[in-house]
Every structure is written in structure tokens, then in C-alpha cells.
Design a protein around this ligand. Structure first.
Ligand code: F6P
Length: 384
């Protein structure tokens, strides 16, 4: 690593830094992990080394790894051999301790501070010319803050929730939907044999993409998503109606962020003070208990949780992640800093990170996918 720069060189103007040649890049993976992260790392490392001869460093544990200058590893082409099929991230990640709002302890008291200035200094001390940040909404917000401070950055979007508005789809989503669909398929046979209601809770904080797609693909009878607050009596009526017609079992797919109309999201651990996010969980059990009361049918709950984030990426996600990684390197070569790669139709493009973080992508309550589900007779619990 380069020697720590003098205070004078650290204050060099942004315009000069923007055009300076690239020799060393760093990559980090931030936020919750998802299948395909390793395929991005492989794409970036291979394209950077083979096409440009740059040095590549992997930062450990997301932005946490940039709060000091010793948590990195040099990545060579052989380090990423076969990585396209491996789930998780070889660099580690973290979705706690946001550097824009970082908890610092002083005399036993916690106060929150913006520590991105430390990250800027550390990147300079490490001689990193460009940072590639792979992450979701939260990671992109931090990345944009660093860009505004003069760091040359490129973003790569990821999340199983598929809730980044600037890209048609994020890698990880397809793998998560496959896992959830597989679970729904399997639960069908046991639900039918025992004449039970099986409630499957899937991930999706603010967006119900996983629930909706896995529910449609797996043939669920009820799908509950955060975008459509649900009425319990509609769900019960639907299940009763199925029973009258001879189907004494039902499959309910519920996103963790779904909630009853007039009610609130259900947390396993409520949000903390000073913007610390809570941990969602429990809506599956809540719904199952209520359904059991109103229908008098036996219910069981399956919470898929982190199973959806684990395992090998699907072929679709491997290809998308690889293309994102290679395009991130192209953006660096074109000096298109402050941009995030994205998918538009079948083409890989890019968008300013500032625009990408403006809003999240949610299911349209009257959109095509929802209408297709309703056309199949799936109940979404909508209050009319
Ligand atoms: O953002 C992706 C996500 O999978 C959410 O759907 C979920 O609420 C969250 O991550 C859980 O993250 P963790 O348990 O790792 O904090």
C-alpha cells in the first residue's frame, strides 16, 4: 500500500483527482449478503486485471473495513477462480454501523456521528484510486456521500428484495424467489395431506416482490405484501370458500413487511433510537393465529428467513452479477464516476447514484403482476 499522503496532497482539488490515472481499485460488498456477490467480485477482478492491468484490493466487511487502513486483501485473478457459483461474499459484509450515522462511545455514552471523513482519509492513505461499492440502498447512500466528498466511486446494485428503483432487477432476487418457490411447492403436498393452512413468511421489508413472484410461481392461495395492507376477513372468507369447494388446505405467502389495514408492521426487535433499523418478523405467526381463529382450521407457520439469502446463485443471477462487475470496470475506464450500473431491458446501462437512491421500487398495487395474481383467483386481502 502507498504511504500516507501529506496533508497538502490530501487536499488536492476534485477536478484533478477526477482525471488522474487509475492504477489501484478497491471493491467492497455492503449490506445484507445475497447470491451473486462473489460473481460480481470475480467480474471486477478479472476485467480490471486482464483488460487494464490494475491492482485490485478487496475491503473486508463492507464500509466497516474502511474505518481503518488494515482490513483489506489484494485480489489476484486466481483468487476468484470458480467464484461465480459460490453464495455469500468472500469479502464479508456488514449491515450495521452506518458511517453516516455511526455509534461512538464516549464516557459510557453513545453518540452518533458522520465518520465518512475518516473513510476518505483512509482510502487516500491506502492509495485507492477508485472504489467499487456493491450493495443496496443503504450502501449506495454512503457511496454517494463519499462521491460528494471527492472520492471516485462506482456502484453495483444488489438486494434480494429487488427494491432498487434504478434497475429493472437486482441480482440475488431471482435466487431468492427460486428458494421461496421451492418451499411453497414443497409445502403444498404436506398442507394438502393434513388439510392444513400453511403460512410462509418471506423477506421483503417494504416491497413484496419475493412474496408476489414466489406466490404466483408456487400457486399460493393468498399473498400478502407491504404495498397492499390486508383485511383479515377477506383472507378468512377466501379460505372458507375454498373449503366449501372441497379444498381443505390453503397456502398463504406473506412478506415480512406486510401488515393489516389500520395496523402496523410487526417487529421481532423494534427500531431503536436514532434511526437504528428494527428487525421485522412475526407477521406470519400473527396471520396464522388469526386465520386459525376465524376458520377453525389447523395452521402452521414456516419462516424462510435467511435461507433466501443463502446458497448458490441461479444461472440468471450469475450472468447478471458477472455483467454488472464487468460494466463497473468499464465505467472506471470511461471515468464515469458517481454512477451505478443497472439493467434496462436486456442491456446493462448506468445511472447516477444520486438518482438511484431517490426512491425504492415497490409493487404497484394495481400493476400487471398484481392483476395477474388476482385474475388467477389469488386473494391479496385488498380493502376495496
Ligand atoms: O434487505 C434485505 C433483507 O433481506 C430484508 O428483506 C430483511 O428484512 C433484512 O435483509 C434482514 O437482514 P439481517 O437479518 O441480515 O439484518
Amino acid at each position: 500500500m502507498k504511504k500516507k499522503p501529506s496533508a497538502r496532497s490530501a487536499r488536492r482539488p476534485r477536478s484533478r483527482a477526477a482525471s488522474a490515472p487509475v492504477k489501484r481499485i478497491a471493491i467492497l460488498t455492503g449490506g445484507g449478503d445475497c447470491p451473486g456477490l462473489n460473481a460480481v467480485i470475480r467480474g471486477v477482478v478479472r476485467a480490471a486485471i486482464l483488460e487494464h492491468g490494475w491492482e485490485v484490493y478487496g475491503i473486508l466487511d463492507g464500509y466497516d473495513g474502511l474505518l481503518s487502513t488494515d482490513r483489506f486483501r489484494r485480489l489476484y485473478s486466481h483468487d476468484v477462480r470458480g467464484l461465480q457459483m459460490r453464495g455469500g461474499t468472500i469479502l464479508g459484509t456488514s449491515n450495521r454501523g452506518n458511517p453516516l450515522h455511526y455509534p461512538l462511545e464516549k464516557k459510557g455514552k453513545i453518540r452518533y456521528a458522520d465518520v465518512t471523513g475518516d473513510i476518505v482519509r483512509n482510502l487516500r492513505a491506502m492509495g485507492v484510486d477508485v472504489l467499487v461499492a456493491v450493495g443496496g440502498d443503504g450502501t449506495m447512500k454512503i457511496t454517494q456521500a463519499l462521491f460528494k466528498k471527492g472520492v471516485r466511486v462506482v456502484g453495483v446494485p444488489k438486494t434480494i428484495d429487488n427494491d432498487l428503483d434504478a434497475t429493472d432487477v437486482t441480482f440475488g432476487f431471482n435466487s431468492a424467489v427460486s428458494t421461496a418457490t421451492d418451499a411453497v411447492d414443497k409445502l403444498h403436498t404436506t398442507a394438502e395431506s393434513h388439510h392444513r393452512i400453511l403460512v410462509v413468511e418471506v423477506m421483503g421489508r417494504d416491497s413484496g416482490w419475493i412474496a408476489l413472484e414466489a406466490g404466483i410461481a408456487g400457486g399460493a392461495d393468498v399473498i400478502l405484501i407491504p404495498e397492499i395492507p390486508f383485511a383479515l376477513d377477506r383472507i378468512c372468507a377466501h379460505i372458507e370458500e375454498r373449503k366449501r369447494r372441497g379444498s381443505r388446505f390453503s397456502i398463504v405467502v406473506v412478506a415480512e413487511g406486510a401488515y393489516p389495514a389500520g395496523g402496523e408492521k410487526i417487529y421481532e426487535k423494534p427500531p431503536g433510537a436514532a434511526g437504528v433499523p428494527g428487525r421485522l418478523g412475526g407477521v406470519g405467526k400473527w396471520t396464522a393465529d388469526k386465520i386459525s381463529l376465524c376458520t377453525r382450521l389447523e395452521t402452521r407457520v414456516v419462516v424462510l428467513g435467511h435461507l433466501q439469502r443463502g446458497g448458490m446463485p441461479t444461472t440468471f443471477d450469475r450472468i447478471l452479477a458477472t455483467r454488472f462487475g464487468v460494466e463497473a470496470v468499464n465505467l472506471i475506464a470511461w471515468k464515469k464516476f458517481g454512477y451505478m450500473v443497472c439493467l434496462r431491458g436486456r442491456s446493462i446501462e448506468s445511472v447516477p447514484i444520486a438518482r438511484a437512491i431517490k426512491q425504492i421500487k415497490r409493487v404497484s398495487p394495481r400493476g400487471q403482476l398484481v392483476r395477474a395474481a388476482e385474475a388467477l383467483g389469488i386473494e391479496l386481502g385488498r380493502v376495496h
